[in-house]
Design a protein around this ligand. Sequence first.
Ligand code: SAH
Length: 501
Amino acid sequence: MSTVHLIGAGPGDPGLLTIRAKELIETCDVVVYDYLANKDFLKYARTDAEIIYVGKKGGDHTLPQDQINQLIIAKAKEGKSVARLKGGDPYVFGRGGEEAEELVEAGIPFEVVPGVTAGVAAPAYAGIPVTHRDFTTSVCFITGHEDPTKEETGHNWEVYAKSTSTLVFYMGVKNLPMIAGNLMANGRDPKTPVALVRWGTRCTQQSMVSTLENVAADAEKRKFAAPSIIIVGGVCSLADKLAWFEKKPLLGKGVVVTRAREQASDLADVLKNLGACVYEFPTITVEPLDDYEEVEKAILTLGAVDWLILTSVNGVKHFWNQLAEIGLDTRALGGISVAAIGPATADELKARGVTPDFVPAKYVAEEVVAGLLERGIAGKNVLIPRARVAREVLPEELARAGAHVRVLPVYETRLTQQDPAEIVEALEKGKIHALTFTSSSTVENFFTLLSPETLKQYPDVKIACIGPVTANTLSRFGFTPHIQPEDYTIPGLAAALAQGI
Ligand code: SAH
């Protein structure tokens, strides 16, 4: 029999999953998850893991609790290790205690991985510390939705109302008029600050601050719904001063990243840090070549090469992979001068012990050629490892300037078979505010997967592209980019987006 792990998945921000929780998702045979557990975490699961959604949105259960218990017990009895993922902390209004009791009764070993509970995290992301010496000496977690089958209430409204505790209500939005009413009827000052935080810690977070007497009407006006945390107490008056998360420039903005999955994370990470809701829609995949004979030959004759020019991170990776394949390493470059196009390519080289001799300040062919000419490239042997199909401007210009240029394909990009349904649905729902294109091939492939006519139906969606070449390709499809950075880099593109939408 295997162990069941009752795991808190935190309030939603992927960074708030604990290290232990991640380790267990990565290793368990079965992952059972809830509505409030961010499903992004499923990407950590083993490819052969069994993934089971047991839902629970308000009262709308995908699987009733007793069947969830039976399911978990059955899987454990089959000898499978189970990661039971719950939103927030499993023992804070998550019925984790009941699941644990069932496991004990069934004689199944279990472990608990506490999680970051929404009642602390959502206020923190909204600028509200649940305790603060100037306001309160305690904090109280309360359910705003008591078990409807219970005969007598477990609430003591008089105690809540008279206490100086910060009151944190879970599952309370629907009952907000009842909650506020009971607190005031039992003597809490109607002017007491109250805050609501919806989808706390996620890119869709929204919060509002009101007072006990006005909060029910205000929340209705602003259409606050579940899942929200309600905070009652003086600490809510700090929200304005301590707000930070909702100040992120792209918070709540849907941005599509079309780069290959292998290289999307740099752009996606910067965008997420700026608050964006990132939709990954990789239009290309980066693949090794079928045959590396040419590359091998070129490596064995590196002695005749004067300059090596790397134009992309993938170029570096695949070239070095082939060096390793034939038992060589960076030392094979000996006295060769190295140029890197773009800071990311330069970093990739530095990671392999190579400090490039030349990194152009701007990533356009003319500048690169001018810089290399200054460094005496005319008449020299130049090797450019890169994608099978790529722009010819750089090799052609270098050749015209008198260099002996050899282009060496070391990888290729292919069109992915992405289903655009999710993106089209998000466009329809107005959830997408911008699309990003980081190369001509992302543009071409994007429009193979989703027609230009479809995109034209959403004129408010901003189109951001990395530089003039990509912009040119966009114009072939009838689009003019709204956003374009000055420096043609990924961080530049993210910064331009932050200002442009
Ligand atoms: N075990 C969870 C709570 C489950 S009860 C925890 O520790 O956080 C479900 C309630 O939690 C929701 O109705 C809502 O009140 C609250 N909640 C969960 N995630 C939330 C989030 N990201 N933002 C705001 N409230 C959240």
